[in-house]
Design a protein around this ligand. Sequence first.
Ligand SMILES: *Cc1c(COP(=O)(O)O)cnc(C)c1O
Ligand SMILES: [Zn+2]
Length: 401
Amino acid sequence: MAFLTHLECAKCGKTYDPNLIHNLCECGGPLLVRYDLKAAAAAVSPARLAGRPANLWRYREVLPVQNEANIVTLGEGMTPLLPLPRLGSAMGLPGLLLKDEGVNPTGTFKARGAATGISRAKELGIRAVAMPTNGNAGGAWASYGARAGIEVTLVMPVDAPAMSVLEATAVGARAYMVRGQITDAGAIVAKSAKAHGWFEAATLKEPYRIEGKKTMGYEIAEQMGWTLPDVILYPTGGGVGIIGIYKAILEMREMGWLPDSVKMPRLVAVQAEGCQPIVKAFNEGKDVSEKWENAETVAQGIRVPKALGDFLVLQAVRATGGTCVAVPDADTLWGLEQISRLEGAFICPEGASLVGAARNLLRDGWLQPDEKVLLLNTGAGIKYPDILRPELPVLEIGAAI
Ligand SMILES: *Cc1c(COP(=O)(O)O)cnc(C)c1O
Ligand SMILES: [Zn+2]
């Protein structure tokens, strides 16, 4: 597992020694992990992956952990890729697919990033990490941190979903709340980390989380027999997942795991109408976003007013002929009801926003009915016990219905 070569700034290209602890480049850009992909391709082929355990570590040649003994795992990855025949035919998109990240440990795809991030932290001798979170990253990093014996400190908005707060504190994280957004939480962490000796593990301020999330791209290709869908819709907050999937596809191409005949999917960044900085930048032809004021949405995992990696999301979307769209909360709740009732998939609101987005994109002629459209659902509906409030009739004992 020695294919990791260096870290590279996504903005200015400056390179860094991966054996040392780094956050951002000196220019402020995020650092991406680079590998000797030729050597990795020579070491393992797609055919040889088949016999490996069904978790994300099956792609270990393109993951940053050097010594297998440092892997901290709860069994994350290799989540199901499901056809959605009933929803698809109701919507007029028979090729609709769901990659369901809700079955990961901690109930969201944040487990992937936490697995690689915490494993690498362990490998580099980091004893304590701190991060801002809207909830799910906190629950995941706290859980993997507990397993690794690494101390985790979280700062999250006061209205973070109760289930994530419960999860994070149950596994022993030190957690604080702020009357504000995740960006305000991030500022508090940045101000406090040095004095406490905490390594800052905020989205893209930490180089290894994206490596776990990129494995979603590897899995999609492997599960589709080393092909790809026409379109991938992704609920975008900090954007790590979409940046990661794009990175994975480029890596797979370079390694020859995807033939040139396999077309690049159009990547779609979906945001909430009440917090759509990247959509706005896309529509205005800009390369970076501006902070979104008074961000508000039921899909709290994508309530990110300003993302460090916004420019990378915009690059990936534009390079693939994709688009950025905003979905009103009403369409997200409509999507949640549709996918739950037609497919039995009780997914998270972030994922449900994709159903609304797909409907709108088909209506506008951006999606064609015969296309393979993959919805990347990032988490489980059961992590959001407050999102639906069913009122049930209460019966007396012995009553008949
Ligand atoms: C964090 C999160 C997102 C957004 O992920 P990014 O990769 O930061 O854009 C989407 N959905 C859920 C459920 C999340 O927890
Ligand atoms: Zn730089």
